[in-house]
Design a protein around this ligand. Sequence first.
Ligand SMILES: [Zn+2]
Ligand SMILES: [Zn+2]
Length: 276
Amino acid sequence: MRHLQQRRRIIVQVCVLASSSSGNSTFIRTEKTRILVDAGLSKRDVLARLALINEDAEQLDAILITHEHSDHIYGLAMLAKKLRIPVFMTGATHQAWARAMRNEKGERPKLEKFEQFDAGHRFQVGDIEVRPFTIPHDAADPVGFTFRAEGIKVGIATDLGYLPVSVRDHLRGCDVLVMESNHDLEMLRGGPYPWSVKQRVMSRVGHLSNLALADFLTNDYDNSATFVVLAHLSEQNNHPEIARREAERALAPRGGLFHNRVLLASQTEAIEPIRL
Ligand SMILES: [Zn+2]
Ligand SMILES: [Zn+2]
């Protein structure tokens, strides 16, 4: 008997390293290209979580940023300085980031390799085609992304107050969907946040509720994904099992959960990498 280990070639791998209101970062790779979407963890945590899935941060090709809120950029400056790789942002997000990161003398930080993109205009990182699209959120110029490589499509849409038709269109045909399932409306209404913050979260430029996501999964979702990752769960106003139950209830009549496997992103640890 031959002991030849046949390792299946991984075409695309996706791993949400962390996701919640206190830090977001997702790793996507092909055979040739490795990218990080958002750097909301400290440099140390990004490196450690990549190492836990046997990835070396030194091999990253680029960092892509969705928007300038701290839970998406917290570790960016340090990470970019260490890795010296291109950082892709829209012009407005870059401005807002640099303004927010000024030191006490008012000096703005500089990225060694800043690459500007515009929402609605696709670009290429190695063999991954990236399509950024505008999302409704209270940041300077927030975007979601889809990624395509070798016939596989991955969509990421978190930090959005609702799902406009344009966003729904971008999310068609995804093999992996990373979607915001931020809060349970009852928990948010009865929870500890001040009323002004509750209103912000619930607004059209806030965050997507479990219910809003379930509505999308029931009425608009095209049933294309092998994996649906629930992301950006609020630690105060949601519970992983409530989010999972809502999503699975919406997906169950859509051909079963074997096809649309629901995974939960977490703040404390990376999810088991999805391999396609
Ligand atoms: Zn966020
Ligand atoms: Zn945000």
